[in-house]
Write a new protein. Sequence first.
Length: 369
Amino acid sequence: MRLDEVELRRIALPFVTPFRTSFGTIVERDILVVHVRSAAAEGWGECVALGEPVYSAEWVGGAHEVLRRFLVPALLAAPDVCADDVAGRLAFVRGHQMAKAALEMAVVDAELRSAGQSLASRLGGARSRVEVGVSVGIAASIAELVATVAGYVDAGYGRVKLKIGPGWDIEPVAAVRAHVGADVMLTVDANCAYTGEDIEHLVRLDEHALALIEQPFGADDLASHVALAAVTRTPVCLDESIESLRDAAGAIDMGACSVVSIKPGRVGGYLEARRIHDLCMARDVAVWCGGMFETGIGRAANLALASLPGFTLPGDISASDRYYRTDITEPFVLQDGHITVPTGPGIGVEPRLDVLDRVTTSIERLRRR
Ligand code: OSB
Ligand code: MG
């Protein structure tokens, strides 16, 4: 298809409750939504970069600028664009995976809508609904954390992820395990907050039967992950360290992880995400779909990805009401710990334009010349 116009829209969506991690507290999401138009179809993409460069180097303002100045003009200049070519056409820009992923996602969506095929079917999805988990931030007290987790378990979530960091690890995890019992799957996520010096301390988490520990050390500190994996019973999972298929292959070869969190934005798009899934499946490494507090646009696509057979652990794909009072698509709801995978063409959901307009903070349209 030949792209006629790309719209870059920024929206502001307040969280239902502030979310605290080892990298800071977020109260409202500043999100970039990409909308592409061709004669044949339109498509939607969501950029998962946060409002500040605190999870990874990318942030929404930087993603917007690199899209506006380099990535969008490259696609608008191409006589013909297809989903499989997008990554190659954007490869002249180093890094900026989240910006690239958002643009590729919009092209994939447009292409699939015009072909009448769902994203789940395009990627090779094998399930009509997927089991999902919930990620719980650092709380003001252990009592407050336990109450929050209890609420999510009552709502039907069968897997709970606790954010941890130095000073907020063994005790809160022990308290939550004691409260929820052995049947709830518990995981922890440190977002790079520890160093190799903390390995002995982290091994103490073993007694709480965690399904995994996610990214305890720095994104570039694979050596410490290898060292922890050698002495802990808790499976080690990487998030921030994996930005490509090659990163995943290297980390697995080194013994740095036995589980990978796949976030399409972090790895440059859904097509690369699918290749990482295939590699991990071949190597017997479990994968699950990570989250970046997506709106219904990104959530729809993540559900499609998570329906692939190698996604054997529940993802951070909670129901819309865990994040936002009003989502920009029809809300996704939890049913018995699962969410239904959209079956319509493309990502399978339509943004509600009235809601979208109400939360929009800026719009910019770039056209083919
Ligand atoms: O590390 O997985 C993470 C959110 C934003 C940035 C990084 C992370 C997260 C989450 C929440 O843990 C996932 C979600 O529910 O969308
Ligand atoms: Mg994480």
